[in-house]
Ligand binder design. Structure first.
Ligand SMILES: Nc1ncnc2c1ncn2[C@@H]1O[C@H](COP(=O)(O)OP(=O)(O)OP(=O)(O)O)[C@@H](O)[C@H]1O
Ligand SMILES: [Mg+2]
Length: 274
């Protein structure tokens, strides 16, 4: 399967099942194939697995995860082409490589109350920052596809402009309303976007004429989460206009990923060379 596709990271957990569900629906909507990738970490540990009795069992277990995941995806979306592969390596680099040939990469996350480092077994942070395509983080335990709109966080940065494009496309394909939120942080002139600039950027894009624009004072992450209470998807850049070059994710995207009640699509700043 070399043409455009949706990639989902799988590990046999309920989190991965939620990711498979989201990814299968998305592949059907995009008219692409679905590629399920299981990163098999054991060969990466400095324990000589090769010759001992454990290795075949572990590999067989990994192959079973792949097989069952493929079965689930085929059951959910019988019309799409589904492939599953076991790749030796840690999830983050394995999925980063897969993102080169993907339209979108989907991963599961553990949800509330878990340190961000543990997001999708620490796959999330690195991947969301460095992938070659948008990364969607899906939490287990969510009812799939509830919520009536797509919410985009807009701060005028190049990554948030790509988030706008992704949100417009997703909303059109899934027949959802789009809401674009530009929160104006209080007590600072940084990160402010004028209502006119917001309007001009959104309205100039295909489908942007119908979008609902929210230009509002307040803490960006708080306002975004509030405005996304009934969202089906939130779309953000991994970084915005702010400061520290070394950070993988900005403070707004970190907070929203932590607390969102729906899947979150992150546009890696690396996609725009920043
Ligand atoms: N004021 C805002 N209103 C709406 N969305 C925002 C706002 N600020 C950021 N976002 C969204 O969050 C994404 C990530 O931006 P974030 O602010 O987290 O990163 P940063 O600016 O690089 O870092 P920081 O602000 O923590 O210094 C942006 O691409 C945008 O989608
Ligand atoms: Mg910022």
């Amino acid at each position: 399967m070399t043409e455009a596709r949706v990639v989902a990271g799988i590990d046999g957990s309920p989190m991965a099942e939620a990711a498979i569900r989201w990814a299968a629906t998305e592949a059907a909507s995009r008219g692409t194939g679905l590629s399920l990738v299981h990163a098999f970490v054991w060969p990466e540990f400095p324990v000589p697995l090769g010759g001992n009795d454990l290795a075949p069992g572990l590999r067989a277990g990994a192959d079973k995860v792949v097989r069952e995941s493929v079965e689930l995806a085929r059951k959910l979306e019988p019309t799409i082409e589904v492939e599953g592969t076991r790749v030796d390596g840690f999830p983050s680099p394995v999925l980063l490589r897969a993102s080169k040939h993907a339209e979108v990469v989907v991963i599961g996350s553990r949800g509330l109350g878990i340190a961000l480092g543990a997001l999708a077994g620490s796959t999330g942070l690195d991947l969301a920052a460095n992938a070659h395509c948008p990364v969607v983080v899906v939490r287990s335990g969510l009812t799939p596809a509830t919520g009536s709109r797509v919410v985009v966080g807009y701060d005028g940065s190049p990554a948030s402009a790509l988030a706008l494009d992704f949100g417009l496309d997703y909303a059109r394909r899934h027949h959802l309303r789009l809401r674009v939120v530009a929160a104006q942080p209080l007590h600072t002139e940084h990160d402010r976007v004028s209502a006119q600039a917001l309007e001009a950027d959104v309205r100039s894009r295909e489908g942007g004429q119908d979008a609902e624009l929210i230009h509002i004072d307040g803490h960006p992450a708080e306002q975004l989460l509030r405005m996304a209470a009934d969202a089906q998807l939130i779309v953000l850049g991994s970084r915005g206009r702010g400061g520290f070059a070394g950070m993988l994710l900005g403070s707004v995207s970190q907070t929203v990923l932590h607390h969102a009640a729906c899947p979150v699509a992150v546009i890696p700043a690396g996609m725009i060379g920043g």
